[in-house]
Each structure stands twice: as structure tokens, then as C-alpha cells.
Design a binder for this molecule. Sequence first.
Ligand code: BES
Ligand code: ZN
Ligand code: ZN
Length: 488
Amino acid sequence: MVNLPAMTELKLIKQQDKTDYQTRIILLDNINDIEKLSELAESAAFIKLQVKNKEKSIPVYNYKSGTTTWLITPPDENVQKIRSDEDLRQTASDLFRKIQKSAPEELVIYTSSGTGKNLLSVLEGFMLSSYKFDKYKTEIGQPEKEIGTIKIPENEVKEKDLKDLSNVIKAVFRARTLVNEPLSYLTAQKFSEEIENLGREAGFIVEVFQKSRIEALKMGGLLGVNKGSPNPPTFNILDYNPTGAVNKKPYVLVGKGVVYDTGGISLKPSEGMEAMKCDMAGAAAVAGTIYAAAANKLPVHIIGLIPATENRPSGDAIVPGDILTISNGKTVEVINTDAEGRLILADALCYAKKFNPELVIDLATLTGSAIRAIGKEGMVMMGTAGAEVKSQLTETGFEVYERIVEFPLWEEYGKYLESDIADIKNLGPSEAGAITAGKFLEFFTSFPWIHLDIAGGAFLSSEDSYRGKNGTGIGVRLIYNFLKKQAE
Ligand code: BES
Ligand code: ZN
Ligand code: ZN
């Protein structure tokens, strides 16, 4: 099983106990509040000067009592709420990296007004920064110290909100770890076992189709991509169906689960190929989202579909020019074996139809073209779902700062994929690559559908605030919060 470091615990305490701690973080709601915080009042002039210099977090040491208080300055009232929430998460992340070095066993976080306003954003940024993946580090010596418990006065936040936040963060961490696990551990089979573990832990049902069942279903896309691999594929169905669900027709989430993408016979260049263990980040986001929904008992029926396989070259591998038959009977001419994600997603999208879905959302590290278009700052959306769904998703994207930009699915792009000998080919010309990938997927949909190309932000080569480095777990907070809105 995936090794998970114990996560820092969030715990409620009585309000009057909040000054008992050696290390504190106080979110100032109003700069004048420092006058009210008697223990800080003597530093008021100093703090105000720092605020003028646009310092976002300020350490205040009290040498008599031996305490350290970190002040977070109030968010700028003139900026949009989405921006100030993000500023707080990022400030909290910076603070985490400073405080982590001294690793206090416990620390307390509260607001100067005692209202808990914006406190969840601070906790979110702080906690999300605490992720690490050190399973394969063997060095013995001093184990790194960690922050033990974070305490929050009970009048500041509701217990349920704290629990929910904690579960979502846990879900993001699970997704990150799945992304960070190399192929030497995470084959398709292992991935399925990990998803089963998540299901047992959070409370959803997982059904795993092995190769024989995949063959019986004639999933020619998944089988074709898998052909060059020594390990068999799996097709995973995650079902979270709570009593009292608000929706009759399920939300279906589809995740690209290429546990490793070498490109196949159309082999990728070796530079940076190690990052291609991230090609199941869409699948990890689906598993993480359903984990969070189940853990928090969202009253929404959600189904996850994950086709999982490696993409590898071998004597048995498919070659450019081959024809594959997808499970709905449509034929695909393979132009490039590195455009494999769309082939396995085609089978999953066909399978989604069985559920008569309210909406299907697929998440995939699908194209380098999407990365070139927006980099790591966002994800690319296309789809046939209604304007309301798209604007709700986009809005949620801004709120959680997993931002979305829509690309068109104009019919002209469909012509780019016309094949001489099959119904469609798997690659268009070099321009508009993210769009033709979306256009290919559209060919296999017959329901309201959204495609999210998360290639840009799924795996980072350098640290980016609370998103950290390597697997980011993007998609989890976005889709969880979108589904939560559907429940309200
Ligand atoms: N998994 C890749 C896309 C990708 C690239 C994800 C970098 C994350 C980081 C996908 O399967 C792929 O190889 N796409 C190719 C298609 C090519 C054959 C036109 C691409 O977009 O470069
Ligand atoms: Zn590829
Ligand atoms: Zn790929």
C-alpha cells in the first residue's frame, strides 16, 4: 500500500485557551486590531510599518514569554475575493515553509476579530504545503521534525467545515502520491488496488475489470495502447451512490490512467521522460475527488471510470498505420502511438453512456499543446455541456485557483481528423493540438460532456507555493467543489 506520512491534525480548542501556545498565527482582520491584541500592542508601530512595506506575514517575538506570533496582514479590500483568498493561501504557504524549520509540536491559528473570517483559506494553504513524498529516501539519521497539531479556537470555525477541509486535503495528498509513485510500483494492477483501498477507506464501491473482461467488452483503444506492455490493463469503475443523493442521473468522471507514457513505437525523446509517470494524473484526480466526496458524505451520486495501462514499445506494440476498433464499433487509424490518451478515453467515454449521465467530465494530461498554450497556470476546457455548467466550473476554478480557459470545438477542426481508411484518425496537424484532441474525444460522446486537459499543472518541475513540486493533485479541489455546489 502507498505509504502516507501522518497528516498534521486540525483540532478545535476552547476560545480562552488560545493564548497558551508558544507559536501562534493570527490573521489580522483589520490593521487596527493589533491595538486590541494586548500582548502585541507594544509592537504596533513596528507592525504598521511592515504593513506599509507590504509585508504579508510578520513575526513578532515576545522575549519575556518566549512566544512567537506570526501575523498575517489583512487581505486587500480592493481586490476580488478570489484573488485575496489565493493571496491568503499563498501567504500561509510561505509561513508554513518558515515555521516548518522549527517544527513546533503544536501551534494555534486564529483571527484577530474572533470571527474566523477567511481562516479556512489560511488553513488550506498551510496544510496543502505540508505534503511530502519520501517513501524512497533511505537515509537514516535525524528524521525531519514535523508540526504535530494545529489548534483553532472553536468559535472561529465549524467542526464540519474543518473536517471537510481536512478530508479534501487528504484527498489531494492521495492524488499527489499516486502521481508521484513510479511505474516500478504503480502498474495498472497496483493502481486498481490503490483505488480499492481508497474506496474502503472513504466508502465507495470499486469494480475492477481485468483484461479478459476488457476483451469481452471489445475495448480496442485500451487494448491497443496496452499491447506493447508486459503488464495487463485494468478498467476501473468507482461508484459513490449515497442514499438521499440529489441527482437521479449520475455525474460521471473519466480519468486518463496511463501509468507511464513512453510514447510507444512513436517513442518520446528521453529528456524529461521521467515525468511521464504523471500521465495518470487525470485518473488520480477522479479517484481523489470521489474519495473526498465520500469522506464528506456529499449527497451526490458520482461514478468514476478509469482506463489504466502503460504505453510502451515492444515487438507486440501497435504501430502507426494500425487500425483499432473502439468498443462502440468505430474505427481509428493510429497516426502516432504517443497520442494514446484519447484512445483509452474513447473506450471509457463509450462506457459512460450506459449510466445515462447527467454530465460527464473527463480529466486528462492529454496534450503538450495545452501546456504550450497556458503553461502551469491553468487548464484547458472544451465540451458540449450547457453554458451554465461551463460557467459554474469556470467560477469554481477561480475560487479554488485551478483556473479554466475554454477552447472551441468548431466543426472545422473535425475535418483535421478525417482518415483515408478509418472513421477517424488519432492525430491532426501540428496546429491546434489540444483542440483536435478534444475533437477526437467528442466523436465518442453522446451526452453533456466536459473535457479538461490538465497537462500543464499536473506535475511541476519546481515548487509552486502550496501546490508544491511534482504531483499537484489538481482537479480534486476543482471537481469536488463543483459537485458540492450541485448538492446545494
Ligand atoms: N501524455 C502526453 C501529454 C503530456 C505531455 C502530458 C507533457 C504531460 C506532460 C500525451 O500522451 C502525448 O504524448 N501527447 C503528444 C501528442 C503528440 C503525439 C502529437 C503531445 O501533445 O505532445
Ligand atoms: Zn503520449
Ligand atoms: Zn499520454
